[in-house]
Design a protein around this ligand. Structure first.
Ligand code: WQD
Length: 336
């Protein structure tokens, strides 16, 4: 089986490629290098100890995509390629709709042309919006609170419509909660592109005193310590969830959504204190105003993935903090 991994040099894509190869699969990676760097190829090869096939492809150009399917005998696709910053999507909605929607529509058309009918799609817990009662279940009504989330919601609907009409397709929609951590080798992790949105990159900067203080957005929420609660999941658990989803679509038709989380919620302050405990680093922080659009509690109901995919997250918050810190120390001189 040759699996095409789009966006395979990104944070989630690169870790998934490692797991796929270590499970005996062969992969073709495509990436347009807009949010990743070419040296991730060598880093993946170092981890898996074998050469990998990477082609720089702009998925907005359908011909370039078609050339990949002409050249390689692809059996299934894991589609990560897409922009994922909530704040950037609010500033540049058109960029997000064009990039995320057109690249996926191009992929669907070319897959269909080449009779490749198995797809794992990178979605997000953002599609649960801010009105659902946690833990979030896949059957919940969906509503996305920002352009980034809306691209994921619209694409989920497109993919399910497509699978309804073309009933010989198998599609898995993977809804990620809060992926953090890094490969234990310290060779792979989340690259610090631009001003990070997410919590962990800011924790890492505060721990290495690159910023004065970490800003905690809100300390007056109706939670135990007043800070928001999230379902942080180790990137290696998230990667393995995709391998299990691939196994599932090998044997099942239709379009199914799966939550990838731990089912355990930790607050922002929990994460900060856990990080300090496992690394011995002090995180200077200050509690500031709430961030627009934040939901109070985002935790996954993970029963569906556990039973149907036979997948369960195994890493703890301590592992996520330790592995993140190892990666960050390894790439401190890294400039992107
Ligand atoms: C987590 C918590 C912040 C930064 C987003 C996307 C989601 C997914 C993951 C793509 C919140 C708080 C953060 C900081 C803070 N991405 N925080 N200080 O918003 O849960 O989810 O990223 O799929 O789709 O919506 O993640 O890491 O930005 O925030 O206090 O400097 O940390 O307020 O409570 P979020 P996050």
């Amino acid at each position: 089986m040759t699996i095409l991994v789009t966006g395979g040099l990104g944070f989630i894509g690169s870790h998934t490629v490692v797991d796929l190869i270590e499970q005996g699969n062969s992969c073709i990676i495509i990436d347009n290098l807009s949010k990743s760097t070419i040296d991730v190829v060598a880093r993946i090869e170092e981890v898996v100890q074998k050469k990998i096939t990477f082609i720089q492809v702009e998925m907005l150009e359908q011909k370039a995509l078609r050339d990949v399917f002409t050249t390689y005998n692809i059996s299934s696709v894991i589609h990560f390629a897409g922009y994922k910053s909530v704040s950037e999507s609010i500033k540049k909605p058109l960029l997000y709709y064009q990039n995320n929607l057109i690249s996926t529509l191009n992929l669907l058309e070319v897959m269909n042309e080449f009779n490749v009918k198995k797809l794992v799609f990178s979605s997000s817990a953002t599609v649960y919006g801010d009105f659902n009662q946690p833990p979030m279940k896949e059957t919940y009504t969906l509503q996305a609170p920002n352009p980034y989330g809306r691209t994921k919601l619209i694409l989920e609907e497109i993919l399910c419509d497509f699978a309804t009409t073309n009933n010989d397709w198998s599609i898995a929609l993977m809804r990620y909660f809060n992926p953090i951590g890094a490969h234990k080798s310290g060779l792979l992790g989340e690259l610090p592109f631009g001003v990070p949105n997410n919590l962990m990159p800011h924790v890492l900067k505060a721990a290495s005193s690159e910023t004065n203080k970490l800003q905690v957005f809100g300390g007056d929420y109706d939670t135990e310590d007043g800070s928001c609660i999230r379902d942080f999941i180790h990137i290696m658990d998230l990667a393995n969830g995709h391998v299990k989803a691939l196994n599932y679509i090998e044997k099942n038709l239709g379009c199914e959504a799966f939550n990838l989380g731990t089912g355990i919620g930790y607050s922002v302050l929990n994460l900060i204190h856990t990080f300090e405990k496992v690394t011995g680093e002090k995180i200077p922080y200050e509690i500031v105003d709430r961030r627009e659009g934040d939901i109070v509690v985002s935790v996954a109901d993970v029963k569906k993935a556990e039973t149907i995919l036979e997948w369960k997250a195994k890493y703890r918050l301590e592992d996520m903090c330790k592995d993140s810190w190892r990666w960050y120390q390894a790439i401190k001189e890294y400039t992107v």
